[in-house]
Design a protein around this ligand. Sequence first.
Ligand code: PMP
Length: 329
Amino acid sequence: MLIYIDGKFLPADQAKISVFDHGFLYGDGVFEGIRAYNGRVFRLKEHIDRLFDSAKTIDLKPPLSKEEMAEVICEVLRRNDLDNAYIRPIISRGHGDLGLDPRKCPKPTVVVIATSWGAMYGDLYDKGLKAITVSVRRNPAEALPPNVKSLNYLNNILAKIEANYKGGDEAIFFDTNGYVSEGSGDNLYVVKNGEILTPLTLNNLRGITRMVVLEIAKSLGIPVRETNLGYFDLYSADEVICTGTAAEVAPITWIDGRVIGNGRPGPVTRQLMAAFRVVTEKEGYPIHRKVIGAKSSVARKTAAKIAAAKTAKSPAKRNVARKSGKGRK
Ligand code: PMP
């Protein structure tokens, strides 16, 4: 496995970052989780946009342009010979001292990992997941907006730990006002009387799978309403669904001991799962597209540098995006 770190493609056992990196010391950084299906990176633009929006919010300036980041992601997939993959780009604050001050970290660290990762929940897509509403609350937007996909996932991990102890496959967060927020790593939906209800995106991560699923629902003529939901809505739902890049579209059939609907994945859930599969098979940013066809000159130059680095013997010469990022504002 080859991992991209700051312009180099390194074997996993050599892919290391400094213990002084503030991503490690403080969770100071941002990341994405992306999937590639059938040689195409699904919703790549949306993921890179969200990565950059997260970075902007924490005042972190990515050392790569969006086009360069797209190129690096595709190159990691190509070098690892992956047409179907889970991809993890990370931008951390970089090497600093033991203090908090990000001004001591002059250069953000960029890492891209890609690996094979099939269906996250295995046979639970047929059976349905057990979910636990956890006592830990989703961190409020006025403290740390859940829309920042930051390297600090401790809030989510605490939820996961609680769900694990209580026998759940996934945790359901409420926000500090008692409204349904999201799962530990996915967005949530209730189906009631043929309508899909889902929380607004202030108290949760604005999921890209959520966006796709809502588009699908609209195209199938299933009504969708974005609204506040409470635990009454969860327990009394006909169907409950969670979605995320890793989880994809998954049914929740049990919450805190209450059987949801008839305890089996419901018809709306199954329709969305099937339609999502079709969309992911067809759409996406081609991993193996021709460099000549690259739209922007930046993408073309980056792709050319990557191609040159590929033929270079020394791994030191395989320095791609860092160099091409030099001199940019
Ligand atoms: N909420 C949280 C907390 C997540 O970590 C994720 C996974 N990225 C999601 C929702 C779903 O977002 P997406 O569909 O963009 O993967």
